[in-house]
Design a protein around this ligand. Structure first.
Ligand SMILES: [Zn+2]
Ligand SMILES: [Zn+2]
Length: 345
């Protein structure tokens, strides 16, 4: 079995989990282009991916999702609340202010007046004298956009330019359209190819966030992804037993976060029970609850502002202590900037 961390951190997360016959992408938090680039850099074949699994709908986990899934024509696995939240997030808002609504109404009246058949147009406009004013550009760009039809070349041009990733010259599709969507439930095991997957709930400020345990049917190797959690509840501790390769969050150093540049409200969010694991909390788990079974522990989702990779590493090393050996409990740091070499067990 193989784990390849393509990126980890608040600017984007994506990891390949592979058995001999099945390859799955966990999260797509970089642009489609960047994910494909990093896969090739790490020696992973994008065409071999069977599915994309989503932990939660935060931007750093879904940024390239729709484009990538459409490009590779593969299904996306979500929990239903996460899928719903993601659809809401990518669907453009259609609400408008009262003033904009009045403008739109006025523009529509003008358009109707202009489109009136000649015999009516020649009759005196006694009911709507205001319509005789010189027709000019519509009062509101919203109303303008509303009246333009999708085949308007100007709109197509904008669409293909803004979707920088790769949709090419084709008109922009519905932002929430995916080749296929599959739902899973936290706690309920399911399989993709020869990989068995157990999702578990994590405490985080998203609709229905989860981590995953992956087990290959043939090799009996187990890998886990557990990032974006405010603390280590009993169900997560239980899920992370007998894991061979563990991607575990070590987000921030408490002192650096407290003294750092984040506004107080953001500091509160990160520190909360639905925020992120500190180096200290991760060390506490490793020292007290972790069963010592992993060949590799990858520390991930490190904050670039509020952590120092050497601090995260020292903290975890001290917690693992004498259990670190040549073949067991080796530590790695996942990076935001570049993929890690594949970890094979
Ligand atoms: Zn995240
Ligand atoms: Zn998150």
């Amino acid at each position: 079995m193989r784990m390849t961390v393509l990126a980890s951190g608040s600017k984007g997360n994506s990891t390949v989990i592979a058995s001999a016959n099945t390859q799955i992408l966990v999260d797509a938090g970089l642009s489609c282009r960047e994910i494909l680039k990093r896969m090739r850099l790490a020696g992973e074949d994008p065409a071999a991916l069977s599915a994309i699994l989503i932990t939660h709908e935060h931007q750093d986990h879904v940024a390239g999702l729709a484009t990538l899934a459409r490009r590779l024509r593969i299904p996306v696995y979500f929990t239903e609340p996460t899928h719903r939240a993601w659809v809401r997030m990518v669907t453009p808002r259609t609400t408008m202010t009262y003033a904009q609504w009045l403008d739109q109404l006025q523009a529509e009246r003008e358009a109707r007046a202009q489109a009136m058949p000649a015999r009516q147009a020649t009759s005196p406009q006694r009911y709507h004298p205001e319509h005789s004013v010189t027709p000019g550009p519509p009062a509101s760009s919203l109303a303008d956009a509303e009246r333009r039809r999708p085949e308007d070349p100007a709109i197509q041009l904008q669409a293909s330019a803004s979707d920088a990733d790769d949709e090419g010259d084709t008109p922009k599709p519905d932002p929430s359209s995916l080749p296929a969507v599959e739902y899973f439930h936290s706690g309920a095991n399911f399989s993709i190819g020869d990989i068995s997957i157990t999702p578990f709930t994590i405490p985080h400020d998203a609709a229905d966030p989860c981590g995953f345990v992956f087990e290959s049917h043939t090799e009996r190797i187990r890998m886990a992804v557990a990032t974006d959690l405010g603390y280590m509840p009993p169900n997560v501790k239980a899920a992370l037993r007998r894991i061979d390769v563990l991607l575990l969050e070590s987000n921030h150093d408490l002192d650096m976060l407290r003294d750092g540049p984040y506004p107080w409200s953001v500091k509160q969010r990160v520190l909360s029970r639905v925020g992120h694991l500190s180096n200290h909390a991760t060390a506490e788990f490793l020292a007290r609850d972790y069963d010592g079974s992993a060949a590799w522990i990858v520390l991930g989702h490190l904050s670039e502002q509020n952590n120092d990779p050497s601090l995260a590493l020292i903290s975890a090393e001290q917690a693992i202590g004498g259990r670190m050996t040549l073949l067991g409990n080796r530590l790695l740091l996942a990076s935001q900037a570049a993929p890690l070499a594949p970890i094979c067990v």
